[in-house]
Design a binder for this molecule. Structure first.
Ligand code: AMP
Ligand code: ZN
Length: 303
């Protein structure tokens, strides 16, 4: 049995994750949720006191037109999840039930709805902020959290299909958003150290699809548009990306017509916390029994 499977099995046995029969789709136990709640409070405590972001919570589905406009299908078609529904007549319904009863594919007639699953917490944000008109003086700062879907079934407990991402998003001038990202790269490391984990900052790239995608990934890395904080979860050697720091340049500003108070195309950046991955890193480091975690860690999370 490999390391990853054994951590997953131990998480099931401890009741931290609940097996649904689908890789990467798990229920969460109370102890697991308490770690996430505690860590989110710690994120709030480590955020700059004067920042005052606008708090917005979107559901884990987004407007399909906004998803299409974002260009996600150009870059990551392999990860996207769309919501389909039955829209047929009674005869179609009878055929569907018959297919189901015979163990045949009953999904062929399902039709796309106007909802797709949110791929990253910040995707629903840009078009709705752009709709408000130009950003106020000083730009915008937002606090988001959402379940996100990525079709990447895996036995690695750190690679889920539905997981939560907490994000802060900054919109404004290139200088402002770069300063925001640099600030969070430092704060993120301190935050992770405060719970007894060893973070390693590295440049990174997103898993762009196909051969052209390889070039996009290389270019993203060369331009240092994405950094990640890597933390051991299932392996000391192959660490897991638990926080991401992304600079989108004017991609979303341009896509959605988002502008600064001066009428320039807005630049954007986001910092994303993979909440399940951070909880898993804590369980891997401190053990599955949170009552037995070092007092300093318990104090930091729940003190
Ligand atoms: P990304 O948009 O890929 O940078 O993702 C933001 C954060 O979400 C990452 O830093 C991870 O911590 C987390 N994350 C990404 N993919 C997954 C996944 N499949 N399962 C759990 N967490 C993930
Ligand atoms: Zn983001």
């Amino acid at each position: 049995m490999d390391m990853q499977t054994s951590l997953l099995d131990r998480l099931f046995d401890a009741g931290h994750l609940i097996d649904t029969g689908i890789d990467g789709l798990y229920g969460r136990g109370g102890g697991f949720e308490a770690v996430i709640t505690g860590f989110e409070r710690l994120i709030d405590a480590h955020a700059p006191a004067d920042a005052k972001p606008e708090v917005i919570r979107f559901p884990p589905g987004m407007n399909r037109a906004h998803f299409e406009g974002s260009g996600y299908m150009k870059s990551f078609p392999q990860l996207a999840g769309t919501v389909h529904s039955f829209c047929g007549c009674e005869l179609d319904h009878m055929n569907l039930l018959q297919c189901m009863a015979e163990g045949e594919d009953w999904t062929q007639g399902q039709q796309a709805t106007d909802v797709v699953l949110t791929p990253a917490a910040c995707y629903p944000l840009y078009p709705v902020i752009a709709r408000r008109g130009p950003l106020p003086e000083g730009g915008g700062l937002f606090d988001l959290q959402s379940y996100c879907f990525r079709h990447e079934p895996s036995k690695d407990p750190a690679r889920m299909q539905l997981f939560r991402m907490r994000e802060f998003v900054r919109m404004g001038t290139p200088e402002d958003v770069m300063a925001f990202r640099a600030d969070w790269m430092e704060r993120g490391q301190k935050l992770i150290e405060a719970v007894g984990l060893d973070p390693e900052l590295d440049t990174a790239n997103d898993p762009f699809f196909g051969r052209a995608g390889k070039m996009m990934g290389n270019s993203q890395r060369e331009q240092k548009l994405k950094f990640e904080l890597l933390i051991p979860v299932t392996s000391q050697a192959n660490k897991t990306a638990c926080l991401s720091f992304n600079y989108h340049q004017d991609h979303f500003g341009h896509t959605w017509g988002l502008s600064t108070a001066d009428g320039e195309t807005a630049h954007t950046a986001c910092v994303g916390f993979g909440l399940e991955r951070i909880a898993l890193a804590l369980f891997a480091r401190h053990g599955l029994d949170t009552d037995a975690w070092p007092a300093s860690i318990r104090e930091a999370l729940w003190g």
